[in-house]
Design a protein around this ligand. Structure first.
Ligand code: PRP
Length: 214
């Protein structure tokens, strides 16, 4: 049995066409089913529905043989022991710094002010601001980061931006682009040895549908 860990939402939806190209159909919809283990049309392949931030943990611990996760999640979590054969180029977005439209970020940075930044990406934010020599106080949040500058809790946020609609709706502006993000295939290294033929076939099928070499 091969177990693939996926998170609900964009990653799941954008993975379906790749699976389909490999002849794989997931037989239940995680948006309507309460099941956490979903069967596929291949008797030896099942899908685990896990929180996005838990995908690397399931694969590292062997709860899943492979998974699909954002570069953002991998950077925050760390990728020890994970084989990363493919950038799937799905769920593409960016990580940016955003502030209230009336906050002069560049002046604050130039003056060497201490910035308070709300984010769920502590590691990425710490490294980014350290590389710029900007002093930051980080506030860890788990969602709705956009609120923090609006209620005076932070000067800036570091968050994912896709269309930019969430920022716009909350009167925030993007002032720095930290990095581009996409989702990657991650594989448990022990599984890769123990289940080599089946996993290779799957990785090659993903690779083929992307038009890259595995
Ligand atoms: C992400 C991110 C923003 C939003 C950006 O949230 O945190 O809130 O998407 O997308 P946009 O630029 O297209 O408006 P997501 O919906 O992934 O949920 P989250 O708050 O759990 O991260």
């Amino acid at each position: 049995m091969i177990t693939l860990a996926l998170s609900k939402g964009r990653i799941f939806e954008e993975t379906l066409p790749l699976l389909r190209a490999a002849g794989i159909e997931v037989l239940e919809d995680p948006e309507t089913s309460r099941k956490l283990i979903l069967p596929t049309n291949q008797a030896d392949l099942r899908v685990l529905v896990v929180r996005a931030t838990d995908v690397p943990t399931y694969v590292q611990q062997g709860g899943a043989d492979l998974g699909i996760t954002g570069k953002d999640t991998l950077l925050e979590h760390g990728s020890d022991g994970l084989y990363q054969p493919l950038d799937l180029n799905i769920a593409k977005c960016r990580i940016s710094v955003a502030v209230r439209s009336d906050f002069d970020y560049h002046a604050a940075v130039r003056k060497g002010s201490r910035l308070t930044v709300a984010t769920k990406y502590l590691k990425i934010s710490r490294e980014f601001f350290a590389s710029k020599g900007v002093h930051v106080d980080l506030i860890k949040l788990y969602g709705s980061m956009e609120l923090a500058p609006l209620v005076g809790m932070a000067d800036a946020i570091v968050d994912l931006v896709s269309t930019g609609n969430t920022l716009k709706a909350n009167h925030l502006v993007e002032v720095e682009h930290i990095m581009d993000i996409s989702s990657r295939l991650i594989v448990n290294q022990a599984s890769l040895k123990l289940k080599q033929p089946a996993l290779r076939t799957l990785i090659d099928a993903f690779s083929l549908s992307l038009g890259q070499d595995g």
